[in-house]
Design a protein around this ligand. Sequence first.
Ligand SMILES: *[C@@H]1O[C@H](CO)[C@@H](O)[C@H](O)[C@H]1NC(C)=O
Ligand SMILES: *[C@@H]1O[C@H](CO)[C@@H](O)[C@H](O)[C@H]1NC(C)=O
Length: 287
Amino acid sequence: MLSFRKMLHKNVKMKILSLITLCAITSAHEITQLKVPLYADPRRAAELSCHFQMDDQKLHSVKWYRDLHEIFRYNPSQKTQIRLFNVTGIMVQGGACETDSCVVRVMPPPEATRAAYTCEVSTEGPKFLIARQTKHMTVVAMPDEDPVIIGAPKLVKPGEQMLLNCTTDYSLPPSDINWYIDNELQKPEPWQHIELSPPLPGGLRASWRVLRVRVPPAANGALRLRCEAILMVEPPVLRDATATITIYSRTQLSKFVSNKGGNLYANANALFALFWTFNVISKFTSL
Ligand SMILES: *[C@@H]1O[C@H](CO)[C@@H](O)[C@H](O)[C@H]1NC(C)=O
Ligand SMILES: *[C@@H]1O[C@H](CO)[C@@H](O)[C@H](O)[C@H]1NC(C)=O
């Protein structure tokens, strides 16, 4: 039993040792540069390149993977040197290799996805040593224009209601929308959800959100509206539109009303104080 355990120990030790030697040898050939765009526009092909250095090793193959799926293979010793593989969600348009690099062109899927692209360079047998590097690419289409506010009148009366519509430019993913009145975020009512347009080629969509505003009866001055379109990428991309709506009011009259209201309140207070005093005095006198 003991000897078996010892053997197991020895085996593990040998495996670790061979792993260390393998790593040491692997560094003899390496990937010197992996170029994968951070963002890819779903309307055009993205170009990915892998540069490598073989030192004394002989190149066996270069492979590209999208996540775990092989999309490209280069075998310099075979008759068909380059092979492309379509996998779900991606179209491999082409590829080419030189002695120290391989380039592959992929058409990103029309969805806001993030995928890992791996380049794998292996040496000839019998060792078939492998060098590997991975980078991520996110499919994104930025909006070209600011959002637009529709339905904002120049002038409103206190108590009046408005229905405003903020529409964003086409993007992938579609933009999120926030409404502000005088810099205050307007929480959407349940029916005011963000709606999306049908997709354009590449999966780009416009979005809109309606805001219902009731001008407070005592409001005066102006309402400053702002609609913010946010594209949730890292870092987020922000665009906005503003509109200023003047509130129609007879300024003098409203001042008069508010002053009078103040006086009335003060008078009421005085009256109450008088009444209270009277009450207390009458209590005393009744004693
Ligand atoms: C991949 O799919 C596209 C479109 O369906 C096609 O044109 C192309 O030939 C395919 N490539 C391969 C390697 O199958
Ligand atoms: C908002 O505006 C967009 C673009 O003009 C339009 O397609 C959409 O129907 C409007 N939505 C509402 C609820 O008015």
